[in-house]
Design a protein around this ligand. Structure first.
Ligand code: PLP
Length: 394
């Protein structure tokens, strides 16, 4: 019998969601606003430690509004991490802005603070300061916010945080996403908690969050007739989905624990193989281990990242390369980039293993055994080539 597919990161309901959704049905609040939206916003704001939050239809929509509200417009340069998902960048382009990609540092795989300082200094001298900087917190780990925020403050560049992957992480005890002028989160199906699709925008600025809510509901002014003084969007989260979000939020800490336990299992098994290095946990906080990621050095391991991924796929296990850097993407080939070698190497060697909080022990073992098998096969092949026992005899 074929083995069932092991997914990278699948939804994991906590138990309260159905009752909360049933309540939305019972009260007939089947709308893009309602009491669950208000409740989800308040509970989320409390959970991440931000005074204000707006629930939206996706993380991408949240970032689009965030960038619009901090004034990004046609011709503006916006610094953004190169090693990320395209959704960190697309909203810059929706607004006519120009992404400028910044390389990663090795400690956290996130945007390199030294490069940010250098770039802002050089651009200040040239009179070409960017409007904003989108700082991405990748795979459940906070970037080194402190020095990047200081550099932004020094040069008057607005800091926007893409914390779509970082709910449950900490930076000096606080949740990434709350440090910049605006932060965004995602509740897409593969994220650490999910509403099937959804996002959140947070800010200390009450006026900004109120404006985000208005823009997200077709920018209706307060009038009984439909009065509009600016262009709006249809970006609000449904009350039904917000009900799911409230249930998910209750189990966030459990989800972080489960994902960190997955990571520990992989570190103790796969991580002991020659040439395998687990993604580091930077000293400034907790990595949520949303995804367990590692790098494979082909010379030491005997096979490269792609051979491992293909072999796992053959065993019906979904693994993925680390994000392909944005400066390598055809669609952004014309954009400026600062450095890029670190992101390129992480892409070439980096692999994300199945990391769902609902993985069972035997599934984790299947993944580990899949990786071990590739290593054993490769070393047997090398031994045979060097006059050892033929691979077929092992
Ligand atoms: C998932 C993700 C987004 C987009 O969130 P959606 O809710 O899917 O629109 C943005 N940035 C990063 C880094 C992500 O991983």
């Amino acid at each position: 019998m074929a083995l069932s597919r092991i997914h990278l990161s699948s939804p994991h309901m906590g138990g309260d969601e159905q009752a909360l959704v049933a309540e939305a049905f019972a009260s007939n609040w089947i709308a893009p606003l309602g009491p669950h939206v208000d409740g989800f916003e308040a509970e989320f704001a409390e959970a991440v430690g931000s005074p204000h939050a707006a629930a939206l239809s996706s993380g991408t929509a949240a970032l689009h509004l965030a960038l619009k509200l901090v004034g990004v417009g046609p011709g503006d340069d916006v610094l953004v991490s190169s090693l990320t998902f395209s959704a960190s960048v697309n909203p810059i382009v929706y607004l006519g802005g120009r992404p400028v990609f910044v390389d990663s540092e090795r400690r956290s795989w996130n945007m390199d603070p030294a490069l940010v300082e250098e770039t802002l200094e050089a651009r200040a001298r040239a009179g070409k300061l960017p409007r904003a900087l989108v700082l991405v917190h990748l795979y459940g780990q906070s970037a080194d916010v402190g020095p990047i925020q200081a550099a932004c403050d020094r040069f008057g560049v607005v800091l926007v945080e893409d914390a779509a992957e970082a709910l449950g992480a900490t930076y000096h005890g606080r949740t990434p996403g709350v440090f910049g002028k605006v932060g965004i989160y995602s509740f897409n199906g593969n994220k650490i908690i999910t509403t099937s699709g959804g996002g959140m925008l947070v800010s200390e600025d009450a006026g900004l969050v109120a404006h985000a809510r208005k823009l997200a509901t077709q920018a209706r002014d307060a009038a009984p007739h439909y009065e509009h003084t600016e262009i709006g969007y249809n970006y609000r989260l449904s009350n039904v989905l917000a009900a799911i979000g409230r249930g998910q939020l209750r189990v966030l800490e459990e989800r972080v624990r489960a994902r960190r336990a997955n990571f520990q299992f992989y570190a103790d098994t796969v991580g002991k193989l020659p040439g395998v290095e687990m993604m580091p946990e930077a000293p400034w906080g907790r990595h949520s281990r949303w995804l367990t990621t590692l790098t494979v050095d082909p010379r030491e391991f005997g096979a490269d990242r792609e051979q491992v991924r293909v072999a796992l796929d053959g065993g019906n296990i979904e693994a993925r390369p680390v994000w392909k850097p944005m400066h390598m993407q055809p669609v952004f080939a014309h954009c400026e980039a600062v450095g890029g070698a670190v992101a390129e190497e992480l892409f070439e060697r980096g692999l994300c293993l199945p990391s769902g909080s609902n993985l069972r022990a035997e599934e984790l073992e299947r993944v580990a055994e899949g990786v071990r098998r590739v290593h054993r096969g490769a070393t047997a092949f090398q031994a045979a080539r060097h006059g050892g026992v033929p691979a077929s005899a092992r």
